[in-house]
Design a protein around this ligand. Structure first.
Ligand SMILES: [Mg+2]
Length: 120
């Protein structure tokens, strides 16, 4: 089963994503609460996909995306951005994000972005 690492500093967001991901045929590899923890868990668990919040303490999602992609150039990271951060999209895409979804999101947008990671 494909595994997803959920990265978000909000427990409510993590729980909502976990519920969606687990009900959609994926397994949750783990949860990380900031970018630093995300990088550590990525190295430890090698998840198939990472869902990545942007605004988090310690290390933000854009920096974590860059460091994960530096570690694994094939890493699939879907950025989930808060509303009003659309300007971050270009930054994320340049850093190699596999997808970019804006909150509040439709569940289908998340599932489409994850599915797209397995297209090629
Ligand atoms: Mg956040």
């Amino acid at each position: 089963m494909k595994s997803v690492l959920i990265v978000d500093d909000s427990i409510v967001s993590r729980k909502m994503l976990a519920k969606l991901i687990e009900s959609s045929g994926y397994t949750v590899a783990s949860h990380a609460i900031n970018g630093k923890e995300a990088l550590e868990l990525y190295k430890k668990l090698s998840p198939d996909v990472v869902t990545m919040d942007i605004t988090m303490p310690e290390m933000n999602g854009i920096d974590a995306l860059k460091m994960i992609r530096e570690y694994d150039s094939d890493a699939k990271v879907v950025i989930i951005s808060a509303a009003g951060q659309a300007e971050k999209k270009q930054q994320a895409m340049e850093a190699g994000a596999a997808g970019f979804v804006t909150k509040p999101y439709d569940n289908q947008d998340i599932l489409d972005a994850i599915a797209k990671c397995f297209e090629d």
